[in-house]
Design a protein. Structure first.
Length: 153
């Protein structure tokens, strides 16, 4: 699975045009990250020809900052606005990646976004998956965009 360039491309486009922030992509992580502290993860699932998910993992302060930029409102705590904004960003990224996941016109459906946040949590979404996680840096801090797709048997 070589989605690195496509993830960087769509993340850059969406964050620069919709959130109005400049971001700098890093190199894909060598190890999968599934444990988070004082963070928020927004996840959109893929079903059909390919199964998996797209997720944005952000520290809470980064989620608040991105929400402030995206919605143009002051955000001092994790609330419904932050959850909705992060869910919508994950939805836009998943929607932009969908044509590349279903590259030969196969049917792939998107789930509604799910948002998890807390002081400490672990996410294990797809077992036996190909994955890529790319760090991004914005003025508020760093966040990850991850894609997992179940291996085809």
């Amino acid at each position: 699975m070589d989605f690195k360039e496509k993830i960087v491309e769509v993340t850059t486009e969406i964050f620069e045009t919709m959130v109005m922030v400049d971001l700098t992509p890093g190199e894909p992580l060598a190890e999968h990250v599934s444990r988070f502290e004082c963070s928020m993860s927004a996840i959109v699932g893929f079903a059909g020809f390919k199964q998996g998910n797209l997720a944005i993992h952000t520290p809470e302060r980064v989620a608040r900052g991105l929400t402030r930029d995206f919605l143009g409102m002051e955000v001092n705590e994790i609330n419904e606005d932050v959850q909705d904004a992060m869910g919508e960003l994950a939805n836009m990224l998943a929607g932009s990646l969908k044509p590349f996941i279903a590259s030969n016109g196969e049917r792939v459906e998107l789930s509604l976004p799910s948002v998890v946040h807390g002081k400490e949590y672990t996410l294990t979404v797809v077992n036996d998956a190909d994955w890529v996680m790319i760090p991004f840096q914005v003025s508020h801090g760093d966040f990850l965009v991850g894609l997992e797709l179940k291996k085809q048997s």
